[in-house]
Design a protein around this ligand. Structure first.
Ligand code: E4P
Length: 221
């Protein structure tokens, strides 16, 4: 399972990359709005340079023509730029046209398995179901990931399932068990994943015991 960072913050991406955990990045207009004081074009160019894989950048136009114009500009920024297109009828038309031009699309704002199936049929490279926002309204976000996986296996669909709107490590665990292709994580969730209280406790005990034979904590070599 690939791990993407769900952020437009270059410092977070640099850290995640330094830990060897980040395969790609997803951004959206809300994440962009948090990066104040710097031109978003220069931020995106830097993200494309420091990220070792695909970076999803979202169009803001809602009509087919506008989406196409913005998509082509996004793609000009780099070979790892993936165009994020919303799940609407105009969006599906844009996905089809972009597929014909071999431009990869991440279809966003997907909330049920049929939307995912249709995005795949139109030619999306990735579909992004939003699990956290479904949980927020008392629906079973992870349940639809299982259904999408089943449908894609049934029909041999190669579109990748990118689990989005992730709020906690359990979403990540369940994504891996279901066999999702990608999870996109907020930085805070990424940082939490490798931690465990028993690891911290064990480390404290080793350190205390080492001081029994080396009171100043110095290493033996
Ligand atoms: C990623 O592609 C999505 O835009 C993002 O995961 C949405 O997350 P949110 O529901 O926490 O805003």
């Amino acid at each position: 399972m690939k791990i993407f960072l769900d952020t437009a913050n270059v410092d977070e991406i640099r850290q995640g990359v330094s830990w060897g955990l980040v395969d790609g990045v997803t951004t959206n207009p809300s994440l962009a709005s948090k990066e104040k004081g710097r031109d978003f074009k220069s931020i995106v160019k830097e993200i494309l340079k420091i990220t070792p894989g695909p970076v999803s950048i979202e169009v803001v136009a809602e009509d087919y023509q506008g989406m196409m114009e913005q998509a082509l500009k996004i793609r000009e920024l780099g070979d790892n730029a993936v165009v994020k297109i919303p799940m609407t009828l105009d969006g599906l038309r844009a996905i089809k046209s972009l597929k014909e031009k071999r431009i990869p699309v991440n279809c966003t704002l997907v909330f049920n398995p049929i939307q995912a199936l249709f995005a795949a049929k139109s030619g999306a490279e990735y579909v992004s179901p939003f699990v956290g926002r479904l949980d927020d309204i008392a629906e079973d976000g992870m349940g639809i990931i299982g259904q999408i996986k089943q449908i894609f296996v049934n029909y041999g669909i190669e579109t990748k399932i990118l689990v989005a709107s992730i709020r906690n490590p359990v979403h990540v665990l369940r994504s891996a068990i279901i066999g999702a292709d990608v999870v996109t994580l907020p930085f805070e969730v990424l940082k939490k994943l490798p931690t465990h209280p028993k690891t911290d406790e064990g480390l404290r005990k080793f350190s205390e015991d080492w001081k029994k034979i080396s009171p100043d904590g110095k290493f033996f070599l």
